[in-house]
Design a binder for this molecule. Structure first.
Ligand code: SDX
Length: 430
């Protein structure tokens, strides 16, 4: 049952519909506000503003709940694979045995990258950041994979989805090999999605790569946990760019660019850089805690805090467990994990962090797992992008399938100069 909110402006009462989500969240629908009374609302950063209705992912920031299509992320991390989770997000249900096999075969069949695209990779400077390369390469994909008119729209879309899911992973490994001047390793038909990625990254003609199932499992968990997160910054970018009815590659390229930022997906790389700084400074976390608390200092404790979670990010809990597990199985020790634990212990006891509801988020422990797998630091956010791709695709698809979806074009409150005339050059001062 939807009831109404009352808004009183200059003595007049306006009634606005109240919407209730399937998990009980409440929203005031202001879509008719401006035409009724000329007012808009202002919400810098959209902390209080919904951009859409969605049935894909549910988050409860106060309780630390995250579910994909209703299934708790903890159960998916425990029982599923990244490919199966990608299918769930995009299609809204877990696949049957036959559907999963067909999806996997399609991913395999579309795993190669157009040979002419290699020249793009080779023309980037060796030190180019992989996120910039990835965003450019994905945008270039429309040129190399134009629409085939004979295909039905649905078939075209589905081929585009699997092509993106499969090739983004291949391109990530290719950019790594090419950046090191090494031979590109092609995908293999006998390896699954995650194992293929590891093999493309680390196999070499002179040193065959041994595929460790523990690392494959850790990578599946990593990507499952990153697969979607409702209307985060990069997903909002994909939806906004997609709302102009541009092709999916261009919208995904925008998502990759947004994810690159250190306040968003770039935080996993920034966390390890911060932990390494602490290690180089003798392991004392207190100066970093002090800087994080100093409002005059722009330094933020990387991997801490979240716009939605005001408690422990459920993904961070699972990633922390995965850190311990993978290091134990590899019989390795990573000093950065000890520093991360110390930082967490100190921060969670500190009134500043408690009062601001600042807890570890998904990025706080992920870097330790990626280091254990052997992923280079500048590829950490690329790993996040591969994981988030099914979420971006499912959110884009949901928006395109929504008959009520329209071009996203926010309004503003103008605070500039009032009307004034043009001043010819000879009359200008200074
Ligand atoms: C991701 O949205 C998503 O779902 C994102 C994501 C996903 O899966 O897509 O979960 C992935 O992006 C995780 C977040 C990764 N980023 C970081 O770890 C960077 C460090 N975190 C912060 O920059 C910050 O917490 C944000 C950006 C994540 C969220 O900040 P908000 O919601 O914009 O809040 P804010 O910056 O206005 O901070 C509110 C207060 C401020 O203090 P006051 O001025 O009110 O006194 O909290 C403080 C901030 O100074 N604060 C921090 C802090 N985060 C917030 N202080 C120190 N260290 C921090 N990390």
């Amino acid at each position: 049952m939807d009831d109404k909110a009352q808004l009183i402006i200059e003595g007049k009462t306006y009634e606005l519909p109240i919407l209730t989500g399937s998990e009980g969240e409440k929203a005031i629908d202001i879509s008719a506000l401006r035409q009724e009374n000329g007012f808009i609302t202002l919400d810098v950063g959209f902390a209080n503003t919904g951009s859409c209705k969605s049935s894909i992912t549910f988050m409860d920031g106060e309780k630390g709940v995250l579910r994909y299509r209703g299934i708790p992320v903890e159960q998916l991390a425990e029982n599923s694979t990244f490919v199966e989770t990608a299918y769930l997000l995009i299609n809204g249900k877990l696949p049957s045995e036959e559907e999963l096999t067909r999806f996997s075969v399609l991913l395999n069949d579309t795993s190669l990258v157009h040979e002419d695209m290699r020249h793009f990779f080779e023309s980037f400077p060796r030190g180019a950041h992989p996120m910039g390369i990835l965003s450019s390469m994905v945008n270039a994909m429309r040129a190399f994979y134009p629409e085939i008119p004979e295909r039905s729209e649905e078939e075209e879309i589905n081929v585009t989805f699997t092509r993106l899911l499969s090739k983004l992973r291949t391109m990530a490994a290719m950019s790594y090999k090419i950046s090191r001047g090494h031979k590109v390793i092609y995908p293999r038909h006998d390896l699954n999605y995650a194992a293929n990625f590891l093999n493309m990254m680390f196999d070499s003609p002179v040193k065959p790569y041994y595929i460790d199932q523990d690392l494959v499992d850790a990578l599946n968990i990593f990507w499952i946990l990153h697969a979607d997160h409702e209307q985060n910054c990069s997903t909002a970018a994909v939806r906004l760019v997609g709302s102009a009815r541009v092709n999916l590659y261009a919208a995904i390229s925008a998502g990759i660019s947004a994810l690159w930022g250190p306040l968003h997906g770039g935080a996993n790389q920034a966390v390890v850089e911060m932990l390494s700084d602490i290690e180089e400074n003798g392991g004392d976390v207190s100066p970093f805690i002090a800087r994080a608390k100093d409002r005059k200092d722009p330094f933020r404790l990387m991997g801490f805090g979240h716009r939605v979670y005001k408690t422990y990010d459920p993904r961070a809990k699972i990633m922390k467990k995965t850190c311990d597990l993978i290091l134990r199985k590899l019989k390795r020790h990573d000093a950065l994990l000890d520093i991360a634990q110390k930082l967490e212990d100190v921060a969670l006891e500190d009134p500043y962090f408690i009062d601001h509801n600042l807890y570890p988020n998904v990025d706080f422990y992920t870097g330790i797992v990626l280091r254990a797998i052997g992923i280079p630091l500048n590829m950490f956010t690329v790993m996040f992008a591969i994981g988030r791709l099914p979420g971006w695709i499912s959110q884009w698809k949901e928006s395109m399938d929504d008959p009520g979806w329209k071009l996203q074009r926010p309004r503003q409150i103008y605070t500039g100069l009032k009307k004034r005339d043009y001043t010819p050059m000879k009359k200008r001062e200074g």
